[in-house]
Design a protein around this ligand. Sequence first.
Ligand code: SF4
Length: 455
Amino acid sequence: MCGIVGILGEDNAPQIALESLMSIQHRGQDSCGILCYNNNVTLKKDVGLVSEVFSHWNVQDGRLAIGHVRYPTIGTDPSRDAQPFYVNYPYGLGLCHNGNIVNYCELREELLEKRRRLQSKCDGELLLNVFAEELIGNDVFQAAENVMNRVLGSYSAVSVIADKKGTLTIFRDPFGIRPLVYGSGKSWVMVASESVTLDKFRMMSEDVTPGEVIIVNGDDIQRKQLRTERHAHCMFEWVYFSRVDSVLEGSSVYKTRLNLGKNLRLDHDVDVVIPVPDTARPAALGFAEEHGLPYREGLIKNRYAGRSFIMGTQKKREEAVSKLNVIKSEIKGKKIALIDDSIVRGTTSRKIVSMIRNAGAKEVHLLSSCPRIVFPCFYGIDFPSKKELIASRGEIHTIGADSVTYQTLDGLQKAIGLQDLCMACLNGDYPVECCTAQFEMMREKEREESIWQEC
Ligand code: SF4
Protein backbone atom coordinates (compact mmCIF):
# COMPACT_ATOMS: atom_id res chain seq x y z
CA MET A 1 0.00 0.00 0.00
CA CYS A 2 1.27 3.40 -0.88
CA GLY A 3 0.31 6.94 -1.72
CA ILE A 4 0.58 8.71 -5.08
CA VAL A 5 0.25 12.26 -6.40
CA GLY A 6 0.37 13.89 -9.82
CA ILE A 7 0.29 17.54 -10.90
CA LEU A 8 0.19 19.12 -14.33
CA GLY A 9 -0.02 22.78 -15.27
CA GLU A 10 1.63 24.73 -12.47
CA ASP A 11 5.16 26.07 -12.96
CA ASN A 12 6.09 24.80 -9.54
CA ALA A 13 4.64 21.30 -9.96
CA PRO A 14 7.64 19.61 -8.24
CA GLN A 15 7.24 21.80 -5.15
CA ILE A 16 3.51 21.01 -5.09
CA ALA A 17 4.33 17.30 -5.45
CA LEU A 18 6.68 17.55 -2.48
CA GLU A 19 4.07 19.24 -0.27
CA SER A 20 1.45 16.76 -1.46
CA LEU A 21 3.58 13.78 -0.50
CA MET A 22 3.92 15.22 3.00
CA SER A 23 0.12 15.18 3.28
CA ILE A 24 0.01 11.43 2.57
CA GLN A 25 3.14 10.35 4.44
CA HIS A 26 0.90 8.15 6.61
CA ARG A 27 0.38 5.89 3.57
CA GLY A 28 4.01 4.80 3.46
CA GLN A 29 7.16 5.43 5.44
CA ASP A 30 9.59 3.13 3.67
CA SER A 31 10.73 5.17 0.68
CA CYS A 32 9.55 8.02 -1.52
CA GLY A 33 10.25 9.67 -4.84
CA ILE A 34 9.36 12.43 -7.30
CA LEU A 35 9.69 12.40 -11.08
CA CYS A 36 9.50 15.79 -12.85
CA TYR A 37 9.26 16.61 -16.53
CA ASN A 38 10.41 19.91 -17.94
CA ASN A 39 11.61 18.88 -21.41
CA ASN A 40 13.98 16.66 -19.46
CA VAL A 41 13.06 14.00 -16.97
CA THR A 42 14.47 14.29 -13.44
CA LEU A 43 13.95 11.53 -10.92
CA LYS A 44 14.83 11.54 -7.25
CA LYS A 45 13.89 8.65 -4.97
CA ASP A 46 15.37 7.01 -1.93
CA VAL A 47 14.69 5.16 1.29
CA GLY A 48 13.26 7.32 4.09
CA LEU A 49 10.53 9.79 4.91
CA VAL A 50 9.73 12.66 2.54
CA SER A 51 11.33 15.17 4.92
CA GLU A 52 14.54 13.12 4.98
CA VAL A 53 14.86 12.23 1.30
CA PHE A 54 14.05 15.75 0.07
CA SER A 55 15.71 17.77 2.86
CA HIS A 56 18.45 19.14 0.59
CA TRP A 57 16.61 18.86 -2.69
CA ASN A 58 17.21 21.59 -5.17
CA VAL A 59 13.54 21.92 -6.16
CA GLN A 60 13.14 21.88 -9.92
CA ASP A 61 10.91 24.12 -12.04
CA GLY A 62 8.41 22.35 -14.19
CA ARG A 63 4.75 21.95 -15.04
CA LEU A 64 4.51 18.21 -14.58
CA ALA A 65 5.44 15.98 -11.64
CA ILE A 66 4.39 12.68 -10.07
CA GLY A 67 5.31 11.39 -6.63
CA HIS A 68 5.08 8.34 -4.42
CA VAL A 69 5.39 7.22 -0.79
CA ARG A 70 5.85 3.50 -0.26
CA TYR A 71 4.64 0.94 2.20
CA PRO A 72 5.97 -2.41 1.02
CA THR A 73 3.89 -5.55 0.64
CA ILE A 74 6.05 -7.00 -2.12
CA GLY A 75 9.82 -6.88 -2.65
CA THR A 76 12.70 -6.96 -0.19
CA ASP A 77 15.03 -4.19 -1.28
CA PRO A 78 13.56 -0.80 -0.28
CA SER A 79 16.12 1.15 -2.26
CA ARG A 80 15.61 -0.72 -5.56
CA ASP A 81 11.83 -0.92 -5.04
CA ALA A 82 11.31 2.83 -4.49
CA GLN A 83 8.93 4.47 -6.99
CA PRO A 84 8.39 6.19 -9.47
CA PHE A 85 9.97 4.02 -12.17
CA TYR A 86 11.09 5.19 -15.58
CA VAL A 87 11.79 3.61 -19.00
CA ASN A 88 13.02 5.12 -22.29
CA TYR A 89 11.16 2.95 -24.76
CA PRO A 90 8.85 3.46 -26.70
CA TYR A 91 8.78 6.93 -25.09
CA GLY A 92 10.21 8.41 -22.00
CA LEU A 93 7.66 7.01 -19.58
CA GLY A 94 7.44 7.37 -15.79
CA LEU A 95 4.89 5.72 -13.52
CA CYS A 96 4.01 5.06 -9.90
CA HIS A 97 1.06 3.25 -8.40
CA ASN A 98 -0.74 2.26 -5.24
CA GLY A 99 -1.94 -1.32 -5.03
CA ASN A 100 -0.82 -4.87 -5.54
CA ILE A 101 -0.69 -6.89 -8.73
CA VAL A 102 -1.85 -10.45 -8.12
CA ASN A 103 -0.66 -12.01 -11.40
CA TYR A 104 2.79 -10.58 -10.71
CA CYS A 105 4.66 -13.87 -11.25
CA GLU A 106 3.12 -14.66 -14.64
CA LEU A 107 3.58 -11.12 -15.94
CA ARG A 108 7.14 -10.96 -14.69
CA GLU A 109 8.02 -14.19 -16.48
CA GLU A 110 6.34 -12.96 -19.65
CA LEU A 111 8.26 -9.68 -19.60
CA LEU A 112 11.58 -11.36 -18.87
CA GLU A 113 11.03 -13.75 -21.78
CA LYS A 114 10.60 -10.69 -23.99
CA ARG A 115 13.92 -9.41 -22.65
CA ARG A 116 12.41 -6.49 -20.77
CA ARG A 117 14.88 -5.44 -18.08
CA LEU A 118 13.38 -5.46 -14.60
CA GLN A 119 15.64 -4.11 -11.93
CA SER A 120 13.42 -4.48 -8.88
CA LYS A 121 10.83 -6.82 -7.42
CA CYS A 122 8.32 -3.99 -7.21
CA ASP A 123 5.05 -4.47 -9.05
CA GLY A 124 5.13 -0.76 -9.98
CA GLU A 125 8.01 -1.47 -12.34
CA LEU A 126 6.00 -4.34 -13.80
CA LEU A 127 2.96 -2.12 -14.40
CA LEU A 128 5.17 0.48 -16.08
CA ASN A 129 6.65 -2.12 -18.42
CA VAL A 130 3.26 -3.56 -19.38
CA PHE A 131 2.00 -0.02 -20.07
CA ALA A 132 5.15 0.76 -22.12
CA GLU A 133 4.63 -2.42 -24.18
CA GLU A 134 1.00 -1.58 -24.82
CA LEU A 135 1.89 1.94 -25.98
CA ILE A 136 3.73 0.49 -28.97
CA GLY A 137 1.33 1.00 -31.87
CA ASN A 138 -1.64 1.98 -29.66
CA ASP A 139 -3.04 5.28 -28.47
CA VAL A 140 -3.00 5.93 -24.73
CA PHE A 141 -6.64 4.88 -24.15
CA GLN A 142 -6.14 1.62 -26.01
CA ALA A 143 -2.88 0.99 -24.15
CA ALA A 144 -4.57 1.58 -20.78
CA GLU A 145 -7.45 -0.72 -21.73
CA ASN A 146 -4.99 -3.44 -22.68
CA VAL A 147 -3.23 -2.93 -19.34
CA MET A 148 -6.56 -3.43 -17.54
CA ASN A 149 -7.12 -6.64 -19.48
CA ARG A 150 -3.69 -8.03 -18.67
CA VAL A 151 -2.98 -6.80 -15.15
CA LEU A 152 -5.03 -8.27 -12.31
CA GLY A 153 -5.26 -6.83 -8.82
CA SER A 154 -5.43 -3.35 -7.39
CA TYR A 155 -3.74 -0.37 -9.01
CA SER A 156 -4.38 3.33 -8.84
CA ALA A 157 -1.73 4.70 -11.16
CA VAL A 158 -0.32 7.98 -12.41
CA SER A 159 2.07 8.24 -15.32
CA VAL A 160 4.10 10.82 -17.24
CA ILE A 161 4.68 10.51 -20.98
CA ALA A 162 7.66 12.68 -21.91
CA ASP A 163 6.28 13.94 -25.22
CA LYS A 164 6.39 17.57 -26.38
CA LYS A 165 4.16 19.11 -23.72
CA GLY A 166 4.26 16.20 -21.32
CA THR A 167 1.18 14.05 -20.80
CA LEU A 168 -0.26 13.04 -17.46
CA THR A 169 -2.18 9.75 -17.54
CA ILE A 170 -4.27 8.60 -14.60
CA PHE A 171 -6.00 5.22 -14.30
CA ARG A 172 -7.64 3.05 -11.69
CA ASP A 173 -8.19 -0.70 -11.79
CA PRO A 174 -11.67 -1.90 -12.89
CA PHE A 175 -12.69 -2.73 -9.30
CA GLY A 176 -11.43 0.53 -7.79
CA ILE A 177 -9.90 -1.26 -4.82
CA ARG A 178 -7.50 1.55 -3.87
CA PRO A 179 -8.65 5.16 -3.66
CA LEU A 180 -7.82 7.86 -6.21
CA VAL A 181 -9.17 11.41 -6.36
CA TYR A 182 -8.88 14.01 -9.08
CA GLY A 183 -9.42 17.75 -9.26
CA SER A 184 -8.96 20.44 -11.88
CA GLY A 185 -8.46 24.17 -11.38
CA LYS A 186 -8.27 27.05 -13.83
CA SER A 187 -4.97 26.06 -15.29
CA TRP A 188 -3.90 22.90 -13.55
CA VAL A 189 -4.97 19.42 -12.56
CA MET A 190 -4.08 17.28 -9.63
CA VAL A 191 -4.53 13.66 -8.66
CA ALA A 192 -3.83 12.04 -5.31
CA SER A 193 -4.58 8.98 -3.23
CA GLU A 194 -6.67 10.97 -0.76
CA SER A 195 -8.84 14.08 -0.74
CA VAL A 196 -6.72 15.70 2.03
CA THR A 197 -4.06 16.49 -0.57
CA LEU A 198 -6.49 18.38 -2.78
CA ASP A 199 -7.98 20.13 0.28
CA LYS A 200 -4.53 21.47 1.03
CA PHE A 201 -4.55 23.29 -2.32
CA ARG A 202 -8.22 24.28 -1.99
CA MET A 203 -9.16 22.13 -4.95
CA MET A 204 -12.49 20.33 -5.20
CA SER A 205 -11.98 16.61 -5.52
CA GLU A 206 -13.93 13.83 -7.18
CA ASP A 207 -13.19 10.11 -7.25
CA VAL A 208 -11.61 8.65 -10.35
CA THR A 209 -14.11 5.91 -11.15
CA PRO A 210 -13.02 2.25 -11.29
CA GLY A 211 -11.82 1.39 -14.79
CA GLU A 212 -11.56 5.07 -15.79
CA VAL A 213 -8.65 6.72 -17.60
CA ILE A 214 -7.93 10.46 -17.60
CA ILE A 215 -5.41 11.88 -20.05
CA VAL A 216 -4.22 15.47 -19.63
CA ASN A 217 -2.03 17.14 -22.22
CA GLY A 218 -1.68 20.92 -21.98
CA ASP A 219 -5.24 22.27 -21.70
CA ASP A 220 -6.76 19.16 -23.20
CA ILE A 221 -8.43 16.80 -20.71
CA GLN A 222 -9.97 13.54 -21.95
CA ARG A 223 -11.76 11.00 -19.78
CA LYS A 224 -13.00 7.55 -20.69
CA GLN A 225 -14.67 4.75 -18.78
CA LEU A 226 -12.91 1.68 -20.17
CA ARG A 227 -14.20 -1.11 -17.95
CA THR A 228 -17.03 -1.46 -15.45
CA GLU A 229 -16.99 -4.19 -12.82
CA ARG A 230 -18.53 -4.26 -9.39
CA HIS A 231 -16.89 -1.60 -7.29
CA ALA A 232 -14.88 -3.17 -4.47
CA HIS A 233 -13.35 -0.38 -2.43
CA CYS A 234 -11.13 -1.61 0.40
CA MET A 235 -13.01 -1.27 3.71
CA PHE A 236 -9.71 -1.00 5.57
CA GLU A 237 -9.11 2.46 4.08
CA TRP A 238 -11.90 3.75 6.36
CA VAL A 239 -11.05 1.53 9.31
CA TYR A 240 -7.35 2.34 9.52
CA PHE A 241 -5.41 3.41 6.51
CA SER A 242 -6.68 6.75 5.25
CA ARG A 243 -6.24 10.03 7.04
CA VAL A 244 -9.15 10.79 9.34
CA ASP A 245 -9.95 14.05 7.52
CA SER A 246 -10.23 12.37 4.11
CA VAL A 247 -13.44 11.62 2.26
CA LEU A 248 -13.50 8.45 0.14
CA GLU A 249 -16.28 7.74 -2.35
CA GLY A 250 -18.32 10.50 -0.68
CA SER A 251 -18.01 8.85 2.74
CA SER A 252 -16.10 10.71 5.47
CA VAL A 253 -13.41 8.68 7.22
CA TYR A 254 -13.97 10.52 10.51
CA LYS A 255 -17.73 9.97 10.46
CA THR A 256 -17.23 6.33 9.57
CA ARG A 257 -14.89 5.80 12.53
CA LEU A 258 -17.32 7.54 14.88
CA ASN A 259 -20.09 5.28 13.57
CA LEU A 260 -17.91 2.19 13.93
CA GLY A 261 -17.63 3.01 17.62
CA LYS A 262 -21.38 3.62 17.91
CA ASN A 263 -22.09 0.27 16.28
CA LEU A 264 -19.91 -1.69 18.71
CA ARG A 265 -21.81 -3.81 21.23
CA LEU A 266 -21.34 -3.23 24.95
CA ASP A 267 -21.42 -6.65 26.63
CA HIS A 268 -19.78 -5.85 29.96
CA ASP A 269 -20.01 -3.42 32.80
CA VAL A 270 -17.14 -0.91 32.31
CA ASP A 271 -16.08 2.35 34.00
CA VAL A 272 -14.23 4.16 31.26
CA VAL A 273 -13.51 4.07 27.51
CA ILE A 274 -9.88 4.38 26.39
CA PRO A 275 -8.65 4.40 22.77
CA VAL A 276 -5.47 2.84 21.42
CA PRO A 277 -3.92 5.95 19.82
CA ASP A 278 -4.23 7.35 17.28
CA THR A 279 -6.56 5.75 14.75
CA ALA A 280 -9.12 4.40 17.24
CA ARG A 281 -9.87 7.79 18.85
CA PRO A 282 -13.06 8.61 16.88
CA ALA A 283 -14.39 5.05 17.36
CA ALA A 284 -13.78 5.28 21.11
CA LEU A 285 -15.55 8.63 21.18
CA GLY A 286 -18.53 7.21 19.28
CA PHE A 287 -18.68 4.18 21.57
CA ALA A 288 -18.51 6.33 24.73
CA GLU A 289 -21.23 8.67 23.44
CA GLU A 290 -23.49 5.82 22.41
CA HIS A 291 -23.28 4.08 25.78
CA GLY A 292 -23.07 7.16 28.00
CA LEU A 293 -19.62 6.30 29.34
CA PRO A 294 -16.71 8.61 30.18
CA TYR A 295 -13.96 8.86 27.53
CA ARG A 296 -10.36 9.24 28.71
CA GLU A 297 -6.88 9.21 27.23
CA GLY A 298 -5.07 6.40 29.03
CA LEU A 299 -2.37 5.66 26.46
CA ILE A 300 -0.09 8.31 25.02
CA LYS A 301 1.99 7.80 21.95
CA ASN A 302 5.25 9.51 21.25
CA ARG A 303 4.23 11.64 18.28
CA TYR A 304 7.59 11.07 16.60
CA ALA A 305 7.01 7.32 16.38
CA GLY A 306 5.70 6.14 13.01
CA ARG A 307 2.50 4.17 12.38
CA SER A 308 3.07 0.71 13.75
CA PHE A 309 1.00 -1.36 11.31
CA ILE A 310 2.76 -0.11 8.20
CA MET A 311 6.20 -0.78 9.58
CA GLY A 312 7.84 -3.42 7.43
CA THR A 313 8.84 -5.92 10.10
CA GLN A 314 7.46 -7.38 13.31
CA LYS A 315 10.53 -6.12 15.16
CA LYS A 316 9.83 -2.52 14.10
CA ARG A 317 6.13 -2.87 14.97
CA GLU A 318 7.01 -4.08 18.46
CA GLU A 319 9.45 -1.18 18.91
CA ALA A 320 6.63 1.21 17.99
CA VAL A 321 4.43 -0.23 20.75
CA SER A 322 7.20 0.48 23.24
CA LYS A 323 6.74 4.15 22.34
CA LEU A 324 3.35 4.06 24.09
CA ASN A 325 3.06 5.13 27.69
CA VAL A 326 0.16 4.85 30.16
CA ILE A 327 -1.57 7.51 32.27
CA LYS A 328 -1.96 5.44 35.44
CA SER A 329 -4.46 7.79 37.10
CA GLU A 330 -7.02 7.02 34.36
CA ILE A 331 -6.53 3.27 34.56
CA LYS A 332 -5.81 2.17 38.13
CA GLY A 333 -8.68 0.28 39.77
CA LYS A 334 -10.99 0.70 36.76
CA LYS A 335 -12.79 -1.60 34.37
CA ILE A 336 -11.53 -0.48 30.97
CA ALA A 337 -13.20 -0.67 27.57
CA LEU A 338 -10.12 -0.53 25.33
CA ILE A 339 -11.00 0.39 21.74
CA ASP A 340 -8.63 -0.50 18.89
CA ASP A 341 -9.19 -0.06 15.17
CA SER A 342 -8.46 -3.72 14.37
CA ILE A 343 -6.70 -6.86 15.56
CA VAL A 344 -4.42 -8.43 12.95
CA ARG A 345 -1.53 -10.48 14.33
CA GLY A 346 -2.42 -9.78 17.95
CA THR A 347 1.14 -8.98 18.98
CA THR A 348 0.55 -5.28 19.60
CA SER A 349 -2.82 -5.91 21.31
CA ARG A 350 -1.18 -8.40 23.68
CA LYS A 351 1.46 -5.87 24.71
CA ILE A 352 -1.04 -3.05 25.17
CA VAL A 353 -3.40 -5.17 27.28
CA SER A 354 -0.46 -6.18 29.44
CA MET A 355 0.60 -2.50 29.86
CA ILE A 356 -2.91 -1.60 31.01
CA ARG A 357 -3.03 -4.49 33.46
CA ASN A 358 0.37 -3.48 34.84
CA ALA A 359 -1.00 0.04 35.35
CA GLY A 360 -3.56 -1.44 37.78
CA ALA A 361 -6.70 -1.94 35.66
CA LYS A 362 -9.35 -4.10 37.33
CA GLU A 363 -10.60 -5.52 34.02
CA VAL A 364 -9.61 -4.97 30.37
CA HIS A 365 -12.28 -5.47 27.71
CA LEU A 366 -10.86 -5.14 24.20
CA LEU A 367 -13.19 -3.97 21.39
CA SER A 368 -12.16 -3.94 17.74
CA SER A 369 -13.84 -1.42 15.44
CA CYS A 370 -13.12 -3.83 12.56
CA PRO A 371 -14.70 -7.29 12.27
CA ARG A 372 -12.55 -10.43 12.65
CA ILE A 373 -9.76 -10.49 10.03
CA VAL A 374 -9.47 -14.13 9.03
CA PHE A 375 -8.29 -14.16 5.40
CA PRO A 376 -5.14 -12.68 3.86
CA CYS A 377 -5.19 -9.55 1.68
CA PHE A 378 -3.75 -9.76 -1.83
CA TYR A 379 -4.52 -6.20 -2.82
CA GLY A 380 -2.00 -4.10 -0.99
CA ILE A 381 -2.49 -4.34 2.77
CA ASP A 382 -0.01 -6.46 4.66
CA PHE A 383 -2.46 -8.93 6.16
CA PRO A 384 -0.21 -11.92 6.04
CA SER A 385 -0.96 -15.52 5.37
CA LYS A 386 -3.85 -17.06 7.32
CA LYS A 387 -1.54 -18.67 9.81
CA GLU A 388 -0.25 -15.26 10.98
CA LEU A 389 -3.75 -13.88 11.62
CA ILE A 390 -4.65 -14.36 15.25
CA ALA A 391 -8.42 -14.64 14.65
CA SER A 392 -7.80 -17.22 11.95
CA ARG A 393 -5.65 -19.28 14.31
CA GLY A 394 -8.38 -19.12 16.97
CA GLU A 395 -5.93 -17.73 19.52
CA ILE A 396 -7.66 -14.52 20.56
CA HIS A 397 -7.55 -15.66 24.19
CA THR A 398 -3.74 -15.33 24.14
CA ILE A 399 -4.12 -11.54 24.03
CA GLY A 400 -4.95 -11.73 27.71
CA ALA A 401 -8.04 -9.47 27.76
CA ASP A 402 -11.06 -10.29 29.94
CA SER A 403 -13.17 -10.21 26.78
CA VAL A 404 -12.76 -9.38 23.08
CA THR A 405 -15.66 -7.94 21.08
CA TYR A 406 -15.61 -7.43 17.32
CA GLN A 407 -17.55 -5.19 14.99
CA THR A 408 -20.13 -7.04 12.90
CA LEU A 409 -20.00 -7.09 9.09
CA ASP A 410 -23.33 -5.31 9.02
CA GLY A 411 -22.11 -2.70 11.51
CA LEU A 412 -19.07 -2.05 9.31
CA GLN A 413 -21.11 -1.62 6.13
CA LYS A 414 -23.59 0.67 7.86
CA ALA A 415 -20.79 2.79 9.30
CA ILE A 416 -19.20 3.29 5.87
CA GLY A 417 -22.61 3.72 4.24
CA LEU A 418 -21.64 1.87 1.05
CA GLN A 419 -22.50 -1.59 -0.23
CA ASP A 420 -19.83 -1.99 -2.90
CA LEU A 421 -16.88 -2.80 -0.71
CA CYS A 422 -14.07 -5.31 -0.72
CA MET A 423 -14.34 -7.22 2.55
CA ALA A 424 -12.39 -10.27 1.37
CA CYS A 425 -10.15 -10.42 4.44
CA LEU A 426 -13.34 -10.69 6.53
CA ASN A 427 -15.54 -12.97 4.43
CA GLY A 428 -13.23 -14.58 1.84
CA ASP A 429 -15.13 -13.06 -1.10
CA TYR A 430 -12.21 -11.90 -3.27
CA PRO A 431 -13.25 -9.54 -6.08
CA VAL A 432 -10.23 -10.42 -8.24
CA GLU A 433 -9.19 -14.01 -8.79
CA CYS A 434 -5.81 -14.79 -7.36
CA CYS A 435 -3.70 -17.90 -7.06
CA THR A 436 -3.65 -17.59 -3.28
CA ALA A 437 -1.25 -20.43 -2.55
CA GLN A 438 1.34 -19.05 -4.95
CA PHE A 439 0.92 -15.53 -3.61
CA GLU A 440 1.25 -16.57 0.02
CA MET A 441 4.34 -18.61 -0.81
CA MET A 442 5.96 -15.66 -2.58
CA ARG A 443 5.22 -13.34 0.32
CA GLU A 444 6.53 -15.77 2.93
CA LYS A 445 9.71 -16.27 0.96
CA GLU A 446 10.26 -12.52 0.73
CA ARG A 447 9.63 -12.12 4.40
CA GLU A 448 12.21 -14.77 5.23
CA GLU A 449 14.70 -13.01 2.96
CA SER A 450 14.12 -9.64 4.58
CA ILE A 451 14.44 -11.14 8.07
CA TRP A 452 17.69 -12.70 6.90
CA GLN A 453 18.93 -9.32 5.69
CA GLU A 454 18.14 -7.73 9.03
CA CYS A 455 19.97 -10.28 11.17
S1 SF4 B 1 -8.84 -7.98 1.43
FE1 SF4 B 1 -9.30 -6.58 3.13
S2 SF4 B 1 -7.55 -5.25 3.32
FE2 SF4 B 1 -7.42 -6.26 1.33
S3 SF4 B 1 -8.39 -4.86 -0.11
FE3 SF4 B 1 -9.98 -6.25 0.56
S4 SF4 B 1 -10.87 -5.25 2.35
FE4 SF4 B 1 -8.94 -4.24 1.95
